[in-house]
Design a protein around this ligand. Structure first.
Ligand code: NAX
Length: 329
């Protein structure tokens, strides 16, 4: 039997977990390779009971690719031998809570989990979903000595997918016609979805959708505020779409990206597009399908777009300052 890939998921008893685990186990993400799931949630009876129930449902699907499920409250157990760690669990933003308070509240979780991630497999890759995901990713990576920063990333694939759907609806085409959309910066309302380099049916978006006012205004704002709009409509934050984007992120990194395509992920800044160093910022990425990736170079951005990218990166520097005492190296 092929050696199973160990996939750890934190916050697995939560609503994203409930949409995510089945798609990790089913063969959709890792093909024929057997998957061993390690599920982490809080060490409180309510969370552990819910986790057990979720694991029972995963088992009950009878997936031929599922090698096993282990539930735990200990990050050291969860991450031991993991090739992928999906860090979904974190505290939600409470009513009236400032973003800086949320960052301070959740930061310590990622110090402990960063340490425990040193137990991962030699090919460990980490995706941080729990918000504020870019800065939580920075905290985890800086507390995980010995694992290269490039093995960590935070999720902006949902924002890219949201942008694709908005562009397709406006142009009256299918999502499959839309390509080369990059989300730059932070997974927050400051993110910048770049339409200037995106294409629809191989043509520039700016040519197909001639309305630049719509692109610079309602389009960008719709993507930036989509999370809020979902909460307002559903009474709960996005879950199935977030899980779907996490699957997309893992698949994107597992496979070699076609030469003429790219995807968005918050990665360790290499200075591309004037991104400050020392942060995880979303950039256009191509995977080599062997554990490595590169940032796509040479995209042309207008001065207006450069201003948007600079603003979202400035927010990431501000967030880094809020958690400076939690960062090790
Ligand atoms: P839920 O509240 O449904 O689930 C979170 C789960 O995490 C709970 O079961 C909780 O017990 C667990 N948890 C909390 N602290 C933990 C810890 N220290 N160790 C292990 N488990 C812990 O939230 P859900 O809707 O699943 O969302 C999870 C996170 O994803 C939130 O931070 C949310 O803001 C974030 N999101 C990120 C998105 C992105 O694009 N990056 C989009 C969707 C979502 O908003």
């Amino acid at each position: 039997m092929t050696k199973p890939i160990v996939v750890a998921v934190t916050g697995a008893a939560g609503q994203i977990g409930y949409s995510l685990l089945f798609r990790l186990a089913s063969g959709e993400t890792f093909g024929d390779r057997p998957v061993f799931l390690k599920l982490l949630d809080l060490p409180i009876p309510e969370a552990q009971k819910k986790l057990e129930g979720t694991a029972m449902e995963v088992l009950d699907c009878g997936f031929r690719t599922l090698a096993g499920v282990e539930c735990t409250a200990d990050p050291n157990v969860a991450f031991d031998g993991a090739s992928w760690a999906l860090l979904v669990g974190s505290k939600p933003r409470g009513p009236g809570m400032a973003r800086a308070d949320l960052i301070r509240e959740n930061g310590p979780i990622f110090v402990g989990q960063g340490n425990a991630l040193q137990r991962g497999a030699s090919d460990l890759r980490v995706l941080v979903v729990g918000n504020p995901c870019n800065t939580n990713c920075l905290i985890a990576a800086s507390n995980c000595a010995g694992v290269p920063k490039e093995r960590f990333g935070a999720m902006t694939r949902l924002d890219e997918n949201r942008a694709i759907a908005q562009l397709a609806a406006k142009a009256g085409c299918t999502n499959a016609d839309v390509a080369r959309v990059t989300v730059f910066g932070n997974h927050s309302e400051s993110m910048y979805p770049d339409f200037e380099n995106a294409t629809i049916g191989g043509k520039a978006v700016t040519e197909v959708i001639g309305d630049r006012d719509w692109l610079q205004g309602p389009f960008v704002q719709a993507v930036q505020n989509r999370g809020k709009a979902i909460i307002a409509a559903r009474g709960l934050s996005s879950a199935a779409s977030a899980a779907s984007a996490a699957i997309d992120h893992v698949k994107d990194f597992e496979r070699k990206t076609p030469t003429d395509a790219w995807f968005s992920a918050a990665v360790w800044s290499d200075g591309s597009y004037d991104s400050p160093l020392g942060i995880y910022t979303s950039l256009p990425v191509q995977s080599d399908g062997k554990g490595g990736y590169s940032v796509v170079q040479g995209l042309r951005l207008s001065d207006w777009a450069k201003g948007k990218v600079a603003a979202t990166n400035k927010e990431l520097l501000d967030e880094r300052a809020v958690v400076a005492d939690l960062l090790k190296g």
